[in-house]
Design a protein around this ligand. Structure first.
Ligand code: 5AD
Ligand code: SF4
Length: 480
């Protein structure tokens, strides 16, 4: 899973395009919160609705249908979405239009009919596996009925649907490879909102990637709640793999093999992936990253805590030592690999000693960047049922500040390491601060900005010499 920031950044970026289908007259306003998976799901929803005559709009007031793709990961995310629903309803009343409002994604799945009963602010509620049912649900709404489908699926991967790219820079795109999660981390609501893990047919993944290349895209991110756990054996839940026929087992495709298939088929396409769960990350994946130049040297490897005791309470399936071993393997096999993390502070029963373990792990790894959160108790999770949320908010926040401060030092250390080097950057837009400068990313996923010279354009791979940096950005100049 990944961050809200990425979506925000895309909204602010320049030269963003949204595909429009000729002849479609109805207007869909769709907003996404949460992870990259939600972004991509909204593109799938736009594809389903394009067939029903909808084009997307960025103007809320002119929409016939307003959909919000929601996130339940922390309480704050849900509160933000409730505020947005109030805003949509105000616009609906003010404009006096027959605008329909719907909730998609994790909150729809979590709250189900409660949305229709309690909120009375929405016309339809659709869970993450039910987007194909949207045309029927919209008919129900037209007929004046409540419309809800929150059934989770064993095999839905939307593999045959071609996403309508929303707010795209035309350079990078997401390609979903797995859905759901079987890991049952005790703090996490995702297994309940997105269901059991299943993988998408590699043929359809390759077709989508090829289609993106043909349209001029230069970078894809293979997405899954747990991408490294990818396993195709003909369809169905990952947990049922052992029951599959011998032929299906023998011809199965794992994540390392999938990466190799894509890397060979599209040798000039940059390939990224997210998210990696440490206990599912196999050493073969590291060898694939090292072997293929077009697989980026960047791994998002959430750790959540540096304390083995807390990791066990979180049901993370690995110890601090095993995580460190994995980090050592990454450093040995891919020496210039950037690594980022997710960390939660103040999980149930976390002591100062546990917190110090997290800080010392940060010192050991010196991550390039990270996403850091205070623990937010989520209804229905094992932690909510069986453990006490006993770390006071003030302490959670103080620990978070200490972790953020340390991470900023390490981010600066990592960007400073790049100064003086010349590296390949994929241009993905104009710098937000200066229209005379380009912005792009290196293989390690760090942003670089540099002056335009007039002969290069968005989507070009260029060589840039890094001359300076901040903790988040490399500053440089083009070399020819
Ligand atoms: N509270 C705080 N952070 C959480 N995350 C997941 N569940 C919670 C929670 N209940 C964080 C984890 C995960 C990231 C996507 O969100 O760090 O990796
Ligand atoms: Fe949630 Fe853990 Fe699955 Fe990530 S691996 S989605 S944190 S249950």
């Amino acid at each position: 899973m990944a961050s809200e920031q990425i979506i925000e950044e895309k909204k602010q970026g320049q030269a963003l395009v949204t595909e429009q289908i000729k002849g479609n007259s109805k207007k869909l306003f769709i907003e996404s919160y949460g992870c990259q998976m939600n972004m991509n799901d909204s593109e799938i929803v736009a594809a389903v609705l394009a067939k029903e005559g909808y084009n997307t709009t960025n103007i809320l007031e002119e929409a016939d249908l307003v959909l919000v793709n929601t996130c339940s990961i922390r309480e704050k995310a849900e509160l933000t979405i409730r505020k947005r629903l109030q805003k949509y309803n105000r616009v609906k009343m003010d404009s006096n239009r027959k605008m329909k409002i719907g909730v998609l994604g994790c909150m729809a799945e979590r709250l189900k009919t409660k949305f229709l009963e309690e909120e009375k602010m929405v016309d339809l509620v659709v869970g993450p596996d039910a987007y194909r049912d949207l045309p029927n649900l919209l008919k129900e709404v037209e007929d004046g009925n409540d419309a809800i489908n929150v059934i989770l699926s064993k095999d839905e991967t939307y593999g045959d649907l071609s996403p309508v790219r929303l707010n795209s820079n035309g350079v990078s795109a997401f390609v979903t490879i797995t859905r759901g999660c079987d890991n049952m981390c005790t703090f996490c609501v995702v297994p309940f909102t997105r269901g059991r893990e299943r993988s998408r047919d590699p043929k359809s993944i390759l077709e989508e990637a090829q289609d993106l290349w043909n349209k001029g895209y230069k970078e894809i991110t293979l997405l899954g709640q747990n991408a490294d756990s990818y396993l195709w054996y003909g369809g169905g839940l990952k947990k049922d793999f052992k029951k599959a026929s011998e032929i299906a087992q023998a011809t199965s495709v794992n994540f390392a093999q999938l990466m190799e298939i894509v890397a060979i088929a599209l040798p000039k396409m940059r390939i990224r992936f997210a998210t990696s769960n440490p206990h599912d990350m196999h050493i073969d994946v590291l060898h694939m990253i090292a072997k293929y130049k077009n697989i980026c040297n960047y791994i998002h490897l959430p750790v959540q805590s540096g304390s083995t005791r807390i990791l066990q309470k979180m049901n993370r399936q690995h110890t601090r030592e095993e995580y460190i071993k994995l980090i050592d393997n990454i450093r040995n096999i891919i020496p210039d690999c950037a690594i980022s993390h997710d960390i939660i502070t103040g999980f149930c029963s976390e002591t100062e000693e546990d917190h110090q373990d997290t800080l010392s792990l940060l010192d050991y790894v010196k991550y390039s960047f990270g996403f850091m959160f205070t623990y937010s108790e989520r209804p229905g999770t094992l932690a909510e049922k069986k453990m006490e949320d006993d770390v006071p908010l003030a302490i959670k926040k103080r620990r978070l500040t200490e972790i953020i401060t340390k991470q900023m030092e390490h981010s600066l250390y990592r960007t400073q390491e790049q100064v003086g080097k010349t590296m390949e950057i994929l241009i993905d837009g104009t710098s937000k601060k200066n229209e005379n400068e380009w912005k792009g990313r290196n293989s390690q996923n760090t942003v670089a900005v540099f002056p335009k010279t007039g002969s290069e354009k968005i989507g070009d791979f260029v060589m840039v010499k890094i001359t300076n940096c901040t903790s988040a950005t490399l500053l440089g100049e083009l070399v020819f």
